[in-house]
Design a protein around this ligand. Structure first.
Ligand code: ZN
Length: 343
């Protein structure tokens, strides 16, 4: 299944003693850097929550595994193709009037099974508009997700981050957990949601054949602390068209596979960094600061708008770099590490 997520693959490599030593040192260094980035991002999300300014929202989100529709009796399933439902849990943290951090969970439900930038965009439009309705004073939003390129870490999402203020009057930043380390609380919410649906089906309270049925079932759980929002095929298609139309305007961002932090500076301009930093120089009431000395890179998301890297050739190289990088080097490093670990 090509859902853009990375999976572990064990590979066999035969090496001589000396080559093995060199390879092992190289892999170990790669693994150490991976562990450092895992820790850096966990520390940064914790610190950002702790020091979250008033009128900022922090949103942690992920795709859950699709829900497989089941019927009460085995015999019935023969008449239907087992269909799936997309579930995308989000947890939003904001600072309340009394100064404490409060959070609430929303699960996005859809019959659209593509897990790509278009469905993410459709979800974000709804999420941001909803949040702004409830908290008109919100000025900044910070997303935290895992880092699959097909869903969250790609030029369409970077374009969205940079244009969020123009589109939704809210300044955005996006932070990526190191590959495969972005599960966290969203996993639990996805699990609970599916469990509730399964129970309702087993007890004969509901029949779930598609996203609409799932929604109806979830909403009937009056005791639930989780709220549910539906993304229609039409909303998905509209977002898809918008993303498609932007593709001729935007270019791949340099170092996409290495970056774990993206902050909007202006429409079309972003700061990127290998790991997130929320020190006082980098982050405050106005969000991420251009003036910081903490090794952020100023980049354009538009083609030919960046005087530093205007040529088309470079753009093509970056495109190839991105396409060739799934699965990533990190995954390969880990494979080797595990193989070495078993020797
Ligand atoms: Zn900093």
């Amino acid at each position: 299944m090509n859902d853009g997520k990375e999976r572990m693959k064990i590979v066999d490599i035969e090496l001589g003693k000396d080559d093995f030593k060199v390879e092992m040192v190289k892999q170990f260094e790669g693994f150490t850097c991976h562990v450092d980035r895992v820790k850096a991002q966990y520390t940064a999300v914790r610190d950002m929550k702790k020091q979250l300014p008033n009128n900022h929202a922090l949103v942690q989100m992920d795709f859950a595994e699709n829900y497989s529709c089941q019927t009460l009796e085995e015999i019935q399933s023969a008449y239907w193709n087992a269909s799936m439902v997309t579930l995308h849990p989000t947890i939003t943290y904001v600072r309340s009037i009394d100064g404490s951090i409060v959070h609430f969970s929303t699960v996005y439900v859809s019959s659209v099974l593509q897990h790509n930038a278009s469905i993410v965009y459709a979800i974000l439009k709804d999420l941001i508009n909803h949040l702004k309705d409830d908290n008109p004073k919100l000025t900044n939003i910070h997303f935290w997700t895992d880092s699959p390129t097909s869903q969250y870490r790609n030029k369409s999402i970077f374009d969205l981050i940079s244009s969020c203020e123009t589109k939704f009057s809210i300044k955005a930043s996006w932070h990526y957990f190191e590959c495969g380390h972005g599960k966290g609380p969203c996993d639990g919410i996805g699990g609970t949601t599916k469990q509730n649906a399964d129970n309702a089906v087993k007890q004969g309270k509901a029949t779930i054949q598609d996203g609409h049925d799932f929604m109806a079932c979830a909403l009937s759980e009056s005791a639930s602390q989780i709220s549910y929002r539906y993304i229609s095929t039409e909303e998905f298609e509209n977002s898809s068209k918008e993303i498609e139309n932007r593709l001729k305007e935007i270019k791949p961002v340099k170092g996409t596979m290495q970056l774990h932090a993206v902050a909007a500076i202006a429409d079309g301009r972003i700061l990127t960094k290998e790991t997130t930093c929320v020190c006082q120089q980098c982050f405050g009431d106005d969000g991420f600061k251009e003036t910081t000395q903490c090794n952020w890179t100023d980049q354009s998301v538009f083609k030919n708008h960046d005087q530093l890297t205007p040529d088309i050739h470079q753009t093509e190289i970056d495109e190839v770099e991105i396409q060739n990088n799934v699965p990533t080097e990190t995954e390969i490093s880990l494979d080797h590490q595990i193989k070495i670990g078993h020797m």
